[in-house]
Design a binder for this molecule. Structure first.
Ligand code: AMP
Length: 397
């Protein structure tokens, strides 16, 4: 089976053509500068092709992707009919979606209804969906939501302690994000443990970071909230912050709430603390060279992540497994060691040699650690392809 996985942003569109059973990726790439001019970067194995192609809308971008996929020289399939299904990443499923779903008119309407909750991403995701429907009307399409995995949270985790009317009338609550990644890791962790019945905390640490508390395969709590701004400090996001900071800054500097939130989303986090970069590799290099601000940014990040692990361990009344994934979680041994240095109280012990692993699955805890600690590379595209295949195959029966 061939599933085309699409992740449409406001001016970009990432794609992967993959086999959901084996995880093999036959081609992948990126359309950039949609609405501006248009550039396609297409990769098959080690071979990379870059083409400037006019992309006045997402439709032309999808068209360009399909054309290169069937191209006699750079393509990997003979005809578009060889694409069995398309899986779309959709940011916000609100309270309407606790699972992935086959795209039909009702599904599109529900995604539209979630636009107030995901104002930047949902419209772009919809443009990707509509563009695919236009150029491949007979191919089944599936929407996979970043929020869906977290819909098993109990009210005590997802409700904010603010007047109920905002929840009842406006759906204001914790949703959480990176759900496709958290779901993929929870499933892989269950395979590694040989059972679904255990408790874990997953640390998805990348440019954006979130943690989830998972019991018996189901999410119980997660660190992001109504939006991806909440939780631990990130590359450029502040993470949790007292709302009065917004009031103070807006009043003192005559800033609008929107501008203040742009500052909290794009100019804060470890970028702001270090004054150097949002990229953890730059921060590590800076700290090694003696830059105190880089050291503070890293210390703050390790400290806040460890606090969430501690909180979720209490929420779950103990954990059996702690997992690290995404760019920092998979590659940054110093970050894993720094975070775990706070967790000795709960019996976490990591092996410094094993912790040197980068980008590969590995148990990095010692044999006598009370909690198994693992590095598990995430694969959101594979999770999207698998969900897509599952739904499309079930619909055929
Ligand atoms: P992601 O958002 O998951 O792609 O993760 C991006 C983040 O991972 C960036 O901050 C990178 O600096 C970080 N990262 C990737 N490789 C490494 C590495 N070898 N050491 C430290 N950080 C890394």
């Amino acid at each position: 089976m061939n599933v085309l996985v699409i992740n449409a942003g406001s001016s970009s569109l990432k794609y992967q053509l993959m086999n959901p059973e084996t995880g093999d990726v036959s081609a992948k790439g990126l359309c950039e500068r949609i609405y501006i001019d248009g550039r396609l970067t297409h990769k098959v194995g080690d071979k990379k092709v870059v083409k400037d192609i006019p992309m006045p809308t997402h439709s032309e971008a999808i068209q360009a992707v399909l054309e290169i996929l069937v191209d006699p020289v750079d393509g990997v399939i003979k005809s578009v009919d060889e694409i069995d299904a398309v899986g779309h990443r959709v940011l916000h499923g609100g309270m309407k979606f606790s699972d992935s779903c086959i795209i039909d008119d009702a599904c599109i309407e529900a995604i539209e209804a979630c636009i107030p909750l995901g104002p930047l991403h949902n419209p772009a995701n919809l443009m990707g969906i509509r563009a695919c429907q236009a150029v491949m009307p007979n191919t089944p399409q599936v929407a996979v939501f970043d929020t869906a995995f977290h819909m098993t949270m109990p009210p005590k985790a997802y409700r904010y302690a603010i007047p109920t009317e905002y929840y009842k009338n406006d759906d204001i609550r914790r949703y959480g994000f990176h759900g496709t990644s958290h779901k993929y890791i929870a499933r892989r962790a269950a395979e590694l443990m040989g059972t679904k019945n255990f408790k874990m905390v997953n640390c998805h640490l990348g440019n954006g970071s979130s943690l989830s508390a998972v019991k018996d395969g189901k999410c119980q709590d997660t660190s992001m909230g109504l939006s991806p701004l909440a939780g631990v400090p990130m590359g450029t996001r502040s993470g949790d912050i007292d709302a009065c900071v917004v009031q103070f800054i807006c009043n003192k500097y005559g800033m609008s709430v929107d501008d203040c939130l742009t500052m909290l989303n794009k100019k804060s986090g470890v970028l702001a603390l270090s004054g150097v970069s949002s990229d953890f590799r730059d921060l590590c290099a800076g700290a090694e060279a003696g830059n105190e601000d880089c050291k503070l940014a890293l210390d703050k990040f390790y400290y806040e992540v460890a606090k969430y692990v501690g909180a979720y361990t209490a929420a779950l009344n103990g954990i059996d497994m702690l997992t690290f994934t995404a760019g920092v979680g998979e590659n940054d041994a110093d970050a894993r060691a720094g975070i775990c240095s706070y967790l000795g109280f709960m019996g976490v012990k990591i092996d410094p040699e094993k912790n040197k692993i980068r980008g590969q699955e590995m148990k990095i805890s010692t044999e006598d650690s009370a909690v198994q600690v693992w590095v598990i590379p995430t694969n959101e595209e594979l999770m999207i392809a698998q969900d897509t295949a599952e739904l499309v195959n079930a619909a055929k029966k």
